[in-house]
Design a protein around this ligand. Sequence first.
Ligand SMILES: *Cc1c(COP(=O)(O)O)cnc(C)c1O
Length: 365
Amino acid sequence: MNGVLEVELSGTLDSNDSLDYLPVERKYFPSIPVGNTPLWHPAPEIPENISKKYGFPELYLKDDGVNPTGSLKDRASFLVAAFARKHDINEVVVASTGNAGSSMAGIGAAAGLKVKLFLPKTAPPAKMIQALQYGADLVLADKNYDQAFALSLEYSNTRGGMNRNTAYNPMTIEGKKTVSIEIFNQLKKAPDHIFVSLGDGVIMSGVYKGFRDLFQLGRIEKIPVVHAVQASGSDSICRAMESGNFNGKQGIPVRSANTVADSICVDTPSNGHLALKNLNKFGGHCFTVTDEEILSAQKKLSSDCGLFSEPAAATAYAGFLKKKATLDSSETCVVLLTGNGLKDINSATNKISVPKNSINSLDEL
Ligand SMILES: *Cc1c(COP(=O)(O)O)cnc(C)c1O
């Protein structure tokens, strides 16, 4: 699982279209529009805008919550679906904390695929309902995501179907790299810093893969500094970065993960070894933020910028807020926002107050 192979560079020297960097021909992709998400300056037209407020004139938000099923996971599902169609595979099996599952269900529906989905029974209801709407066959694991992962592998090994699990299927990293190629196209350069939230570590490895492809093609001169942000209750990659490995003598014991950011809540990260290798090789940083910091970053992002993201996405913004004092403010920073806030409204109620009473006349105000 941790030794997942990466796909060789498949881009061409002159193309700007991120689909040309993927290892499946264009004709196999379903027509649903994945990617090409906005990269924007928060409110540049307002004098007291957010990038000025924080002293970062070159701060950008990459909003992947606007993908068809509301998360960056669509980039991976898109390539997995194309791969399945090319190879006449008609069933895809996937375990997920919620987003990869609802994504595979939606993109799979657009591609005419059957989807067997394993979710922890604690997954946010919106993500389950989304998957069921798209027509996935849903199985709930009694314990947690790690258990759902194991059950889904047993299912695809013994009963068939192609397994799309994040990190297990190399198309997941490969598909997610398109986000970096888009950022490069939108900025016309690589950013200096990019903030990415970290659960299994696949999004981050995809981000690196995209920039590495661009570097290998001679289109950029350096790999951006990646700031990988974990929730303090789900921090195994940060701990492994300090201790050098995940287990063994000097290693860290598996700790049961717990955070409000359900999409990055994982005991044993399935792509942990590659995540560590990339961070070490390219001088990336890994650090944690608390649930309190995540929820307040989520609220800030919504009320300062108008971008409502789910907690796992706001984690990257919490990371930017925590680190900004240590950065050179003239540098270009991108915060990668991986999922839409409507996916988990329960945790979004923490920092707001819903009116308790209703009125019949304005005199009651
Ligand atoms: C999956 C996901 C992440 C984390 O991605 P990993 O590849 O597990 O590190 C972060 N944010 C959102 C919204 C996600 O769905």
